[in-house]
Design a binder for this molecule. Sequence first.
Ligand SMILES: [Ca+2]
Length: 263
Amino acid sequence: MTTLCIATFLTSAVLAPSGGILAVDSRGIGVFDAGKWASMDSMFLEGPKVPQSTVDRLTAGACYSLSPNGAASEARANLTFQPDERDPLWSVEGNESPFLWFGPKPAALRVNSVKLDSSEYLRVAREYLKTKGLPNAKPVLHSVSQVDLDGNGTSEVLIILGSRKVADLGINFEDQFPSDSDYCAMIVREAKGKSVRTIEVEFYANKAKNGSGIVTLRGIWNLDGKPGAEVVTDWRSYESGATSISQFSQGKMKTVASAGAGV
Ligand SMILES: [Ca+2]
């Protein structure tokens, strides 16, 4: 009897659907299927289009409304393809939650939000900005999250910072930051043995390689069930925007899926 139960359990564990689709602000962003992440359709899609049959299969089961702090509650929604020539997208119908995961309930992940007046992380931000040629910068912390990003058992710290509060960076109707001294950046603090290093993920300034732009944290979850986290961020620039899913591994943050629209 015991053997039979274990055998049944193992079979169901293997056959259980492991994939899923993340939608943010009613738009399909990324799909995890057959062990890999891919972008959902948008004007930025460079890879193959996501087949309707894949979406049907992955959205047939449960769907969860996620909160940025990691809680997940069962929800109901559908994903429908909108074949707009310029801006194709998978759109959520029947649910207005900002974050929906069509897939198995996400594994628990501990994320600690650090206070934004933290003198330690303000110091880290100033030290980082010195390496960007800004020796006297007075950064504002936008978000500071302690979390084991790569699943190696040690927490990293994901920091987003800027020269002003997000609302004051003013990128919505301008193609540049208000001044050439403005910036926005995302960095990771990683402990390596006894030392700690700062890794740049994104840096935006009027005269930076990527130009002006704003990155904001939307949420951090473990969606694919593998060790580590999926970090969901928004990027906004002049009349353009995208939501991305990234993973941190071996000291590097890599975008695994992204969808957006713009000029
Ligand atoms: Ca880690």
